[in-house]
Design a protein around this ligand. Structure first.
Ligand SMILES: [Zn+2]
Length: 265
């Protein structure tokens, strides 16, 4: 599953090259799957430079000097990467943004629904594209107080359900939600309304720790024997206490738990 740290790595792969460069041509390979009018793309993207590359949840946002942004909704199997214009595009190529020097930024996606949106700048709530997205978990706006406040408005949700609710917190997927619960020491099926402020503050602390480390030191995190993410096999011993890991189904997702390390209430 595509997770927030994967999207960060994708951005690292092209932002240094693309930022400040002007798009010479927009090629729409699959008009049916992008919410992008060719005339609007010509007007607001072509001949305009990319000012900044940003991420909100799992969406990648290209801000242009034309005061417009392109928002790419990244889903499983989707990617944005640099390629030479001489290499033929993949079958699931959706949009290509060409630079004068012969390279292009490619957006591939297996999804058929509208996954690219051209938006006017100025309203940060539009960064979610057509869906309103919650706070980005790595933004400074997600303080412990804000996390507790968000939790209070979803008292009946499970802890994992809250972490994975994109309208509350944008971009946490199945594996990192389990990792955050494991490292914080709480069962993911705990009802948020039954948790104290101190317990929620601890979840917030580990939410930031896990995602920051996975983003900044992806390889080290994915080689860390103490991380649950590297032991996701039912019956395998818990990396902390060697109790066999259990799986439960939570919000339709396979969820890994150590019943000894993670508090039920
Ligand atoms: Zn354990």
């Amino acid at each position: 599953m595509l997770e927030l740290p994967d999207v960060e790595r994708m951005i690292e792969g092209f932002s240094g090259y693309a930022t400040g460069k002007t798009i010479s041509l927009v090629v729409i390979d699959d008009p049916g799957s992008v919410n992008l009018d060719p005339e609007a793309a010509r007007q607001h993207i072509e001949s305009h430079a990319i000012d900044a590359v940003e991420r909100h949840g799992k969406n990648i946002v290209l801000r242009f000097r034309s005061e417009h942004s392109l928002v790419f909704e990244m889903e499983d199997g989707g990617s944005i990467y640099l390629e030479s214009q001489t290499v033929p595009p993949d079958d699931n190529s959706r949009v290509r943004l060409q630079f004068a020097a012969g390279r292009e930024l490619r957006f591939d996606s297996p999804s058929n629904r509208h996954v690219v949106h051209l938006l006017a700048n100025g309203d940060s709530s539009t960064l979610g594209g057509p869906r309103s997205l919650g706070i980005d978990p790595l933004s400074d706006d997600l303080t412990a107080e804000k996390f507790i406040e968000t939790s209070t408005s979803h008292p009946r949700s499970s802890l994992k359900g809250l972490l994975m609710n994109p309208a509350a917190i944008a971009g946490i997927g199945n594996e990192y939600a389990d990792e955050i619960c494991f490292q914080a020491g709480y069962r993911p099926d705990l009802r948020v309304g039954q948790m104290t402020d101190d317990e929620l503050a601890r979840v917030h602390l580990y939410l930031r720790r896990v995602l920051k480390r996975a983003t900044l030191h992806w390889q080290a995190a994915h080689a860390d024997p103490g991380w649950l993410i590297n032991h996701r096999v039912k019956g395998k011993p818990c990396p902390r206490c060697s109790t066999k890991l259990t799986t439960i189904n939570l919000i339709g997702r396979k969820t890994y738990i150590c019943v000894r390390c993670q508090q039920a209430a």
